[in-house]
Design a binder for this molecule. Structure first.
Ligand code: NAD
Length: 267
């Protein structure tokens, strides 16, 4: 059993998308440690990893279940929320974490690749926000909606055009949703990681190297040079901040997209 923390005062029922690995997985485990029940989502290709995570959460003494869904598909998102409510009893905190990256120059970018990034990173976050908000309004107890933006929502990276635009969109969506749903007691905030050592950055590093003619690892090293705190982030750095956003300590905060990047970009 995890050591009790202040955030255990009010256990909540949470859903985390894109939780089979990386930042989503770390968030799910941290929120379970905080005392919450945690349902986890990912695409069907990651079913086994997701089931393993459910086992780890249950080992902490929390309720957990897996909901396979592609967050860009409205029907699948609705089924995911319905299943989570059936399994856990309610939905109090939604964490729209799932996202994908695509590295290419804007001049060479195919419009279908633009659509693919937008469909997961922006349409997917919108669908998760909207479906969760409808459920929370029905429950009548407010709630917390949290989305994955990025440092690129403040300062885009070259060769990550659609990704940067999608995350900038998440920041705008988060502000609009916070305005519309405050009357229902729902807060909406986003987290903006910098450079986190996950599979996503492995892919970005590899693709940037191919685009720029660099060696493997060179892109990560180049971008990491700008981190004031002198190290690449780990998923747990982001999970600590999401723990705060999911807790009563953040009840007076809404519409914010906060950078948790070790000091690359200052707002
Ligand atoms: P990751 O690629 O390691 O993990 C993302 C997870 O989302 C994967 O398990 C993947 O299967 C899942 N996913 C992808 N498309 C999905 C879909 N349509 N439906 C459901 N699940 C889907 O990425 P990560 O580094 O853990 O990033 C998590 C979030 O944080 C993303 O939104 C990402 O854009 C954002 N972010 C990451 C970084 C970073 O440096 N890694 C920086 C800023 C923001």
């Amino acid at each position: 059993m995890a050591t009790p923390t202040k955030n255990q005062e009010k256990p909540r029922n949470v859903l985390v998308t894109g939780a089979a690995r990386g930042i989503g997985r770390a968030i799910a485990l941290r929120l379970a440690e905080d005392g919450h029940n945690v349902a986890v989502n990912d695409v069907s290709a990651n079913r086994d990893a997701l089931q393993g995570l459910v086992g780890e959460i249950r080992d902490q003494g929390r309720r957990s279940s897996a909901a396979i869904a592609d967050v860009s598909q409205q029907g699948e998102v609705e089924d995911m929320v319905t299943q989570t409510v059936a399994d856990l009893g309610s939905l109090d905190v939604m964490i729209a974490n799932a996202g994908i990256a695509h590295v290419q120059s804007l001049l060479e970018l195919d419009a279908d690749d633009w659509d693919k990034v937008m469909s997961v990173n922006l349409r997917g976050v919108f669908l998760c926000y909207q479906t969760a908000a409808k459920q929370m309004i029905k429950q009548g107890n407010g709630g917390k909606i949290i989305g994955a933006a990025s440092i690129v929502a403040y300062r885009p990276f070259a060769l990550l055009g659609p990704y940067s635009a999608s995350k900038w969109g998440v920041r705008g969506l988060t502000q609009a949703a916070a305005m519309e749903w405050a009357r229902h007691g729902i807060t909406v905030n986003a987290y903006c990681p910098g450079i986190v050592g996950t599979d996503m950055w492995e892919l970005i590093d590899e693709k940037l190297a191919a685009e720029e003619g660099w060696q493997k690892g060179e892109a990560l090293k180049t971008y990491s040079g700008a981190i004031a705190l002198g190290r690449v982030s780990v998923p747990e750095d982001v999970a600590s901040y999401v723990s705060y956003l999911a807790s009563p300590d953040s009840d007076y905060m809404t519409g914010q997209s906060v950078m948790i990047d070790g000091g690359i970009q200052f707002s």
